[in-house]
Design a protein around this ligand. Sequence first.
Ligand code: ATP
Length: 513
Amino acid sequence: MAKQEDVFKKIISHAKEYGFIFPSSEIYDGLSAIYDYGQNGAELKNNIKQYWWKAMVQLNDNIVGIDTAIFMHPTIWKASGHVDAFNDPLIDNKDSKKRFRADVLIEDYCAKLEDKADKEIEKAAKRFGDAFDKKEFESTNPRVLEYREKQKTILSRMAQSLEKEDLGDVKALIEELEIADPETGSKNWTDVRQFNLMFGTKLGASADSATDLYLRPETAQGIFVNFLNVQKTSRQKLPFGIAQIGKAFRNEIVARQFIFRMREFEQMEMQYFVPPGTELGFYETWKEKRLNWHLALGLGAENYKFHDHEKLAHYANAAADIEFKFPFGFKELEGIHSRTDFDLSAHEKHSGRKLQYFDSERNENYVPYVVETSVGLDRLFLAIFSNCLKDEVLEDGSERTVLSLPPALAPYKAAILPLMKKDGLAEYAQTIFDDLKFDFNLFYEEKDAIGKRYRRQDAIGTPFCITIDHDSLTENTVTLRDRDTMKQERVAVADLRRIIDEKTNFRNLLSKI
Ligand code: ATP
């Protein structure tokens, strides 16, 4: 546990030290669970957005992208169910005075049972070697079966109690399982209460005439209420999708895991509108497509798994999460939801406007069904950043910290480094910079020993370092150093554009999806 915490601390301090993420309002001691992206963080975040946008909008001729306002008519949140049901069950520990999400306490308990099952499987795999049949073992070993059965019973009881709003039973479950405050061990709990996660604000000048508004807790509703506008103006036929990237706000009860759970964050959501009755097929397709999109990043297939939901949200008839192995364990990264016609029908009812589609093949009007993919940009940032940050011991015994980002996502694609400022090296380096800057985001630096400069670029994930020396002036060649292999080769200045492009182009990721 201590080790996991150390790894996580190192990630947070690296993010700050190298200009990726700063605590917001830091000179005023910060604001809880709000963060700012620094110069390198903003670049990485923008590149992640581009990867998603290109994969969704550019690669699919039936998906278009929009950008809707954060403020929306307040009735939208009534229709969507957020006013009545966007609650988390919270519980306080009377001794530590710390606040927790009751469902998360129970889910964490179940995750520990799953860890125990995994350990049994690992032990057996070691014992039996090549002869080990994992499926057979999982389906027959009494301990694994017991751990999994227990989890199932607990989670389905919790789901039922939450569904029935029986918060007394959620507390009873916490007590029966003897769940303690993870930090203090205290089991002295208050009752469980519901807490609405939406932030309220006001529109208008005077207090009397002002309208109560909410900061949107998800970007999806901006897509739903524009469904007909987009369908008509884009002339799309079903099935088609609308994608959007934007800020969302949630007054999270517990927000202690850096950018994993923030109060202001960004979502990348896509709503895929389909004929009723076909939604579960598209749901399966999108589960697979979205997993492939993640896998193309090369962070390791073993770090992802699906978690099919037992407890379905009020709008869904199927839902799954893609979970990622964060430094603190497997947690939700993306949600894929079959949202039925819930949202469009609710907006029809509340707005009094028809939100229907005329299907010329079926020769009928209907409210489309929706399959949604929803990924948190900041969570994705954390997944990529934490997975790519590595301490390496080199052959000569020295150490380096390297951020082995997928090259297309790296803040800078190359660093231009004149060996020294004098003898015209800086001027020559500047001409290379000026030539390549139209194609790539480049870093330029003259100061410090070259080894030190290389290490700084490794730490921010720059795929190439280009060193200009005296031979460059006469031969028009430079030394090109590769971030990952640290190999250096002499290349012609005229080849730089092609070499950098081959390594860092988004094509490398997009062609793998
Ligand atoms: P969780 O169960 O972790 O609270 P959720 O199921 O409420 O998440 P969704 O409403 O499905 O999340 O939102 C879609 C995605 O938005 C999530 O998969 C996650 O990546 C991201 N997300 C949700 N809440 C936050 C948050 N507070 N901070 C950062 N990202 C978030």
